[in-house]
Design a protein around this ligand. Structure first.
Ligand code: ATP
Length: 327
């Protein structure tokens, strides 16, 4: 690999609070090593359509506390096609960008892997950026901590009103394929049950549980549902439960996009800064096709190959703990 002179940075897929801290970490560390930094706006779409902007030290001033991403993010169908990736490669070459840092989720890192399998001379480093915390090889992803705290705050508020009216609330949180937000927000708020895509057949158990709770005259019930649950979202599950529990006043609340926004937590700012720094250090060490992540709170490098192939699993012991604690 030749000496790197110019590095591109992009955010891709869903936005997540803390992405700006990572962009700042990448930019300032790259400048420290004497590299030029190019912000590739709108993710892979911007790579295909030349949305390149120069980033200087001051370009990333005052962004640590801001949610979202200053270089914007996007999903790009064109990048899924070989033709689109070819165009992206030609644009990177023309702009003399000789390395790229991708901040995004599972899909974005898959895109990086596919690109690197086709074009070998531009190293890519990945940074896990998604509120879902569902990326294999890292215990942390940017935005998860903030999103979790947002959910916890909202659920606490809903519990106040649920308790006052003896209501059964189904609260839907984000997580299309992964239930980490649901699981941990459920633990943090003492939810009576948590329904996640990773566990099948939970609705029957839920009905048993509600039956017992009803006899004990519980004043409120909060059920957290991950949006990707196999039984359907919160509305679908509430409908099936309503039929069997006509005496319950059943309500549904879908938290939606508030989970993505907001000022990033201190934890997200610090961790994202470390990942941004580590991504450039990895490039300086001639690494390529790896994601920087955390394992046992230490920074680690994980090959794209593993990140993409393997699925992060929910610990079954945690699910058992939820049952024990929510009696
Ligand atoms: P989030 O977890 O927040 O949804 P994500 O990175 O998983 O983020 P995706 O929409 O799955 O979000 O992927 C983002 C982009 O990555 C896609 O729009 C596409 O441009 C690119 N991408 C995803 N999968 C592939 C693939 N198999 N080949 C090429 N590009 C891909």
């Amino acid at each position: 690999m030749g000496k790197i002179k110019k590095v591109g940075v992009l955010t891709s897929g869903g936005d997540a609070p803390g992405m700006n801290a990572a962009i700042r970490g990448v930019t300032r560390t790259a400048l420290y090593y004497g590299l030029e930094v190019i912000g590739i706006r709108h993710g892979y779409h911007g790579m295909i359509h030349n949305h390149f902007v120069n980033l200087k030290a001051h370009s990333v001033s005052d962004i640590l506390a801001r949610g979202g991403t200053i270089i914007k993010t996007a999903r790009s169908k064109e990048f899924m096609e070989a033709e689109g990736r070819k165009q992206a490669y030609e644009n990177l070459k023309a702009a003399e960008i000789d390395a790229v840092v991708v901040i995004g989720g599972d899909g974005s890192l898959t895109g990086a892997r596919v690109f690197c399998d086709e074009y070998f001379d531009i190293p890519f480093i990945g940074i896990p950026g998604t509120i879902d915390n569902d990326i294999y090889g890292t215990e942390y992803t940017i935005g998860y901590d903030t999103a979790l705290n947002t959910v916890v705050e909202a659920v606490d508020k809903i519990r106040d009103t649920a308790g006052s009216h003896n209501r059964l609330f189904f609260i839907e949180v984000m997580g299309r394929d992964a239930g980490f937000i649901a699981l941990n927000s459920g633990i943090a708020t003492g939810a009576e049950a948590i329904l996640i895509p990773e566990v099948v057949g939970q609705v029957e158990n839920l009905k048993d549980y509600l039956e017992k709770g009803f006899k004990r005259k519980k004043s409120s019930n909060i059920i957290i549902v991950a949006e990707g649950d196999e039984e359907g979202g919160a509305f679908a599950i509430a409908d099936t439960v309503k039929e069997d529990f006509r005496d319950y006043d059943v309500r549904v609340s879908v938290l939606g996009h508030i989970q993505r926004g907001g000022t990033p937590s201190a934890y997200d700012r610090v961790s994202a800064s470390k990942l941004g720094f580590a991504a450039i250090e990895a490039l300086m060490d001639d690494q390529k096709s790896v994601m920087v992540g955390f394992h046992h709170s230490e920074l680690v490098l994980v090959p794209f190959r593993k990140v993409i192939k393997l699925k992060k699993k929910v610990d079954p012991e945690q699910m058992q703990m939820v049952e024990i604690l929510s009696v």
